[in-house]
Design a protein around this ligand. Structure first.
Ligand code: ADP
Ligand code: ADP
Length: 224
């Protein structure tokens, strides 16, 4: 298993106003799997993604990635581990407007004090169909193209796991399908594990497995 969650709880606040955003969640994800996470607004999907991604410690429970219980690590080794093992794609693309496409993509690798693998990144750009845009500024690109740049950036450090939270939320349906297909193609090609939170049934159907979150618990797993 590349990723395991054990008895994960996340509670906000105390006493009567306490919110149990996630309660006693267990799951296991195999290397190379593509999982979609669905559920109503407020169900706990984003909380779960942040905990899985090492961004926010659970109130209790464990996240194990590649055999490491990540929240036992001190903050700064955890940050390094996160940059190397996990790629994030968010609804907002968060590209730096003053840097061109290539510079945006290699930025996180530079922050990690590493050198970009040029031929691997060129291959990603070709797979995503944005190689010709590598010297363009993000502001001249369409929404779909900007999200493909954000995907390339998430894949650039060869993460074991790619986490995408509503990655197509800002795109129309044609662009959404296109971006999702490319995301799936990329993670398959590089044998990465993909977890996507989505409201979109079409997107959820592309996954090997769909996990439904209801009121902070995993309610059902639908084999597809
Ligand atoms: P989803 O992503 O499925 O919409 P969230 O994980 O964002 O759900 O939220 C789950 C629950 O936790 C909601 O009731 C939400 O209001 C609450 N919640 C999320 N983040 C916080 C926070 N920082 N402080 C207090 N409550 C929060
Ligand atoms: P994609 O990422 O799928 O290539 P884009 O983000 O480039 O899509 O385009 C955004 C949306 O704008 C597309 O889904 C498409 O519906 C619309 N669009 C793009 N080019 C044209 C065009 N020449 N005429 C009409 N609509 C277009």
């Amino acid at each position: 298993m590349i990723l395991q969650g054990k008895k994960l709880c996340k509670y906000y606040g105390t006493g009567e106003s306490q919110v149990k955003a996630i309660h006693d969640v267990d799951f296991a994800v195999a290397k190379g799997e593509f999982i979609s996470i669905v559920g109503q607004s407020g169900a706990g999907k984003s909380t779960l993604m942040h905990i899985i991604g090492g961004l926010d410690a659970p109130t209790s429970g464990e996240v194990i990635i590649n055999g490491t219980s990540i929240y036992t690590m001190p903050m700064s080794p955890l940050a390094v581990f996160r940059r190397r093992q996990i790629g994030f794609v968010f609804q907002a693309f968060n590209l730096v407007p003053s840097l061109n496409v290539w510079e945006n993509i290699i930025l996180p690798i530079g922050l990690d004090g590493k050198k970009a693998e040029v031929s691997y990144i060129e291959d990603i750009l070709n797979t995503l169909g944005i190689y010709e845009k590598r010297t363009s500024l993000p502001t001249v690109l369409s929404g779909g193209q900007q999200q493909r740049v954000a995907i390339a950036r998430a894949l650039a450090a060869r993460p074991a796991i790619v986490l995408a939270d509503e990655p197509t939320g800002n795109l129309d349906s044609r662009s959404s399908n296109n971006v999702l297909d490319l995301l799936r193609l990329s993670v398959e090609k590089y044998n990465q594990t993909l977890i996507v939170v989505t409201h979109n049934d079409e997107v959820a159907k592309l996954a090997d497995r769909t996990v439904r979150v209801v009121d902070g618990s995993i309610a059902a797993e639908v084999e597809q």
